[in-house]
Design a protein around this ligand. Structure first.
Ligand code: Z5A
Length: 216
């Protein structure tokens, strides 16, 4: 195998992406595959600073287009400084969210037109397209419940970021958006029911990854 493989995890809040990436990373390490785990927005020092701004509930109003450009700026740096160098070196990259999140959140849920997203992707992605994307599909209500429960466990004031503060209609549009994106790219996506037990989901992820990339 020459270059590394690029695997992304997508879904709404609390879908279990971080949980499943950690498990896949352990399985890949056990199989002798060198990999890095990363996330969006963020993943590089500059992109992590943009993340702070994007998720700050007190950062003030902004248009969906402005928000899109910030996500794209973070992504550009993440690709240039982390993802592309790793893939070129033969290291696999596991990312918690990538470009499909912009399509779903800013596009499907917040109305940024497809032509704008396609144009920006043409400039920013530089053909960096995941080899496999795992969509963890969860009803909006359950995802928000999990995310809120975790915030209350980990933060003294149960703080929520600006996306968690959006209403349930937004999260339903988001879920539909992710499902449509997956239908449009069936060769790249696997869609898993994120209501299943953590172990059942991680077994399905490993099955898909090991088959696709010929691991045992
Ligand atoms: N965003 C955007 O708008 N546009 C973009 O282009 C990009 C992002 C890239 C990033 O937030 C925000 O940015 C995000 C989209 C937006 N919106 N929000 N909020 P983030 O990175 O802080 O949050 P997140 O990506 O939504 O991840 P999360 O809330 O951390 O959830 P998760 O990683 O998918 O889930 P988890 O941490 O693995 O699990 C959540 C909880 O559920 C935890 O307590 C687990 O123990 C539990 N869990 C996990 N799996 C299960 C199962 N199977 N059953 C029961 N409980 C489970």
């Amino acid at each position: 195998m020459t270059g590394g493989r690029f695997i992304t995890f997508e879904g709404g809040e609390g879908a279990g992406k971080s949980t499943q990436i950690a498990r896949l990373s352990d399985r890949l390490s056990a199989a002798g595959v060198k990999q890095v785990t990363t996330r969006e927005p963020g993943g590089s020092p500059l992109a992590e600073r943009i993340r702070d701004l994007l998720l700050d509930p007190h950062a003030g109003p902004r248009s969906a287009l402005t928000e899109t450009l910030l996500f794209m700026a973070a992504r550009s740096d993440h690709i240039e400084t982390v993802i592309s160098p790793a893939l070129r070196a033969g290291t696999w990259v596991l990312s918690d969210r990538f470009a499909d999140s912009t399509r779903a959140y800013q596009g499907a849920a917040d109305g940024v037109p497809d032509r704008v997203l396609t144009a920006l992707e043409g400039i920013v992605l530089d053909n960096t397209i995941p080899d496999l994307t795992v969509l963890l599909d969860l009803p909006a209500e359950e995802g928000l419940r999990r995310a809120h429960a975790r915030a209350h466990d980990t933060l003294p004031d149960g703080a929520q970021d600006r996306f968690e503060l959006r209403d349930e209609d937004f999260h339903e549009r988001l879920r539909d958006g992710f499902r449509q994106i997956a239908r449009n790219a069936p060769d790249r996506f696997i869609v898993l029911d994120a209501m299943q037990d953590v172990d059942v989901i991680s077994a399905s992820v490993w099955d898909a990854v090991s088959r696709r990339f010929g691991l045992s």
